[in-house]
Write a protein that binds this ligand. Structure first.
Ligand code: AKG
Length: 327
């Protein structure tokens, strides 16, 4: 059973669906919650005499202020998942009512249903990213995918080995700010998903990076620019990266993922639950508090082993799956 959206995604590896979300009702609540988190951090870390003044600043100025306070793992306060490899009892993450509303948003699920079918689970490979202009970033953050550029990769490569083999996952990338070539949109190469899963290496700070990715630099790139309200969908084998934010403004986005129900999430034991099903009994997680409880339960399982997920790099026995041998 194929429809035109599914066909296009499988054919090209990416898809831009225009005007799906409403800024005020679907997106602004998340920015409000991010600002609330900033206010809490200001109360906790700002100099006492500066607190009142800083609390009156706007979103961007507040964020710029706190980003200079040297708060350990600042991005994690705004990222909607547990930290990768240092899960502790007090590990923070951005799981808010507004994000729950976005993950279960009917308009998003209607689009996802056209790709994955009617039995859909929320997949825990998800991020929220606040990207300041690159010139304002500390040097160590320029190549950190949450606050800076992301390296060339395929999303299937960030799953565990079972997930890499068995999971049909789609990425839904959501801009909270207009996203352009100048402020660091993602780029991809048309139809490159057709190559299937390729060998990756461990890149900057252990991020997953496509092996021989320099070979992509000279190919024709598609700039995945988007307006507020649009969704960008990526095939799990689409090879993509994001550009530096060379503008003077912020670039804010969320990347959510969904998989066909019944398949592994690829990141056990993180939350993987039905968001749509013909059988209503499958819809067991029905509200924000239940979702949060899933994350806290997962955290308890991750604390003793210390990590939330690992990247078992797709390394096939020989180099037949190296990009250099396929182009
Ligand atoms: O938002 C970004 O900069 C990168 C997102 C990305 O690479 C992804 O969602 O897989």
């Amino acid at each position: 059973m194929t429809n035109s959206l599914q066909k296009k995604l499988h054919e090209n590896g990416y898809l831009i669906v225009k005007n799906v979300l409403n800024f005020n009702t679907d997106l602004k609540p998340i920015l409000n919650d991010m600002e609330f988190v900033m206010d809490c951090l200001i109360q906790k870390y700002a100099k006492k005499r500066e607190i009142k003044k800083v609390l009156n600043l706007d979103f961007k100025k507040k964020y710029s202020y706190i980003s200079k306070l040297n708060i350990y793992d600042l991005d994690q306060y705004f990222n909607t998942r547990l930290p990768r490899d240092h899960v502790k009892r007090d590990s923070d993450y951005f799981a808010t009512q507004s994000l729950w509303n976005l993950i279960t948003n009917k308009k998003i699920l209607d689009v996802v249903e056209k790709i994955l079918g009617k039995e859909i689970m929320s997949n825990p490979v998800q991020n929220t990213r606040i990207k300041q202009p690159e010139k304002k970033l500390p040097k160590g953050s320029i190549y950190d995918g949450l606050s800076g550029r992301t390296p060339w990769h395929q999303d299937a490569a960030v799953l565990n080995t079972r997930g890499q083999k068995l999971t049909d996952m789609v990425t839904v990338w959501i801009p909270f700010t207009k996203t352009t070539k100048k402020n660091g949109c993602m780029i991809t190469v048309k139809k490159i998903n057709k190559m299937g899963l390729l060998n990756h290496i461990s890149g900057y700070r252990g991020q997953v990076e496509l092996k021989n990715s320099e070979l992509l630099d000279d190919m024709k790139h598609i700039y995945l620019e988007a307006n507020i309200g649009d969704l960008i969908l990526l095939h799990k084998h689409s090879i993509h990266c994001s550009l530096p934010n060379r503008s003077n403004d912020f670039r804010i986005s969320a990347d959510l993922r969904y998989n066909i129900a019944g398949q592994p999430s690829g990141r056990e034991p993180l939350p993987n639950f039905y968001v749509r099903s013909k059988n209503k009994k499958n819809l067991k997680i029905k509200n924000f508090k239940q979702w949060l409880a899933l994350w806290e339960k997962a955290k308890q399982k991750c604390i003793p082993r210390k990590f939330a997920f690992k990247y078992p790099l797709p390394t096939f026995k020989n180099n037949k799956r190296d990009l250099s041998n396929l182009i």
